[in-house]
Write a protein that binds this ligand. Structure first.
Ligand code: HEM
Length: 396
């Protein structure tokens, strides 16, 4: 925390532990939404904004609620990057990666590239009749897809997964554990080395990868390093978790599953509902550039707040029975991809990956797919949340 918060004036939730948040943050968010527009969550040492309209309004005012925080762990450990910049500096780098992530590229290039990856991954376990889809399916697909999108020809999905974990641990290392800092710096160095190895090839033969787009647009080596790390940290676990949540939601609701399987156009709403239901990124930070009145509480300049999009995506009555997966709920926008200038750059890549390739192939290839035992499924996390185990069986 940057500044002294007038703690007595802001409602606080002090009777939940960090473990409570990790296990199931939604009842805590519901309490926070009832308490006011900004609530101190003691276990996370954070001021949280949880209401839908408040988050949308905040994201419309980046001059006041800045993404630029040089003191954040992300910037200190991994260097400056587009996610922690505002205004023109942000726009310039965002434009540089646009050719890789725009819907046309996702459809023409990444969808077909993923077909082969998904085929190989499913073929490896298809005859087993049972698997945990976290390890067998979602982790390798998401890691291999990201390596291709970034332009890393020589990086395995296991390495992508390990880097992503090291980055998340480093970014969330608020207690300053030296082991986590050392690991994060090691990951940072390894990613830079992979960039250095792959760039000469892409300079000779440009393609549609992220590295190639950044090289073509003339970003500096430092900018390329920073943005590649953001892509590794932000482009691996979210699609992995979204794939699993979508499959889990449909397996819990066979009637919905049947309707979606009968009409491919329904994969899109089924996917949007999955990321609303269990938002892969539950919370992200903003820094106040001036004193701000939030619902009668004056927050001083320099205060860091967390925007809980996961809470907003369960706000009632905007979302009826929000804890239930319902691919057929009325079309209400959600905030799982954020909002405003930093709206997820990978939205279309993720949508096309999951709705056009991964989910249809999974249900087409694994006949009569069903949960092995609903009690064995685990879902965990609050800043990042998703199924951590999804044991299933199918007919062989
Ligand atoms: C279901 C999958 C995904 C979800 C739910 C998701 C969610 C988000 C969210 C909430 C943000 C905003 C963070 C902030 O403002 O601090 C974000 C930003 C970002 N995401 Fe994603 N993401 C997903 C997939 C991806 C993929 C596949 C990629 C890369 C290929 C990606 C690349 C990025 C980048 C580069 C940013 C920063 C954008 C900017 O600052 O302008 N994301 N994502």
């Amino acid at each position: 925390m940057e500044s002294t918060i007038p703690r007595n004036e802001i409602p606080a939730i002090i009777d939940v532990s960090f473990e409570d948040l990790m296990r199931d943050p939604y009842p805590i968010y519901k309490r926070a939404q009832a308490l006011g527009p900004v609530v101190r969550i003691e276990a996370a040492n954070l001021l949280l904004v949880t209401r839908f309209e408040d988050i949308v309004a905040i994201e419309r005012d980046p001059a006041t609620f800045s993404s630029d925080n040089p003191e954040s762990n992300v910037v200190k450990l991994f260097g400056p990057n587009l996610m922690r910049k505002d205004g023109e500096a942000h726009q310039r780098e965002r434009k540089a990666i646009e050719p890789t992530v725009r819907p046309g590229t996702a459809t023409r290039c990444w969808g077909p590239a993923l077909e082969g990856i998904v085929d190989e991954v499913i073929s490896a376990f298809e005859r087993d009749g049972e698997a945990d889809l976290f390890d067998a399916l979602a982790a390798p697909i998401s890691g291999r897809a990201l390596a291709a999108i970034v332009g890393f020809e020589d990086v395995s999905w296991q390495t992508i997964a390990a880097w992503s974990q090291g980055m998340m641990d480093g970014a969330g290392n608020y207690s300053g554990d030296p082991k986590l800092t050392a690991r994060a710096l090691e990951v940072s160095r390894e990613i830079e080395e992979a960039v250095d190895r792959n760039c000469p090839r892409l300079l000779d033969a440009p393609d549609e990868s992220l590295l190639s787009s950044m090289l073509q647009s003339g970003l500096s080596t430092k900018e390329i390093y920073g943005n590649t790390k953001v892509a590794v940290g932000g482009g691996y676990n979210e699609p992995r978790d979204a794939i699993l949540s979508l499959i889990y939601g449909l397996l819990l609701n066979p009637d919905q599953k049947e309707k979606v399987l009968a009409n491919p156009a329904l994969w899109q709403p089924a996917f949007e509902e999955a990321v609303r239901w269990i938002s892969p990124i539950g919370m992200y930070p903003r820094l106040l550039t001036r004193d701000v009145d939030l619902g009668g509480h004056i927050l001083p300049k320099g205060t860091q707040i967390g925007l809980s999009v996961a809470a907003a995506n369960h706000e009632e009555p905007r979302f009826e029975a929000p804890q239930e997966y319902n691919a057929f709920r009325s079309k209400t926008p959600h905030l799982a991809f954020g909002s405003g200038p930093h709206f997820c750059a990978g939205t279309w890549v993720a949508r096309i990956m999951v709705t056009k390739v991964v989910a249809p192939q999974v249900f087409a290839r694994l006949a009569n797919l069903r949960l092995k035992n609903p009690d064995l499924v685990t879902v965990r996390g609050w800043v990042f949340r998703g199924p951590t185990s999804l044991p299933v069986v199918w007919d062989v």
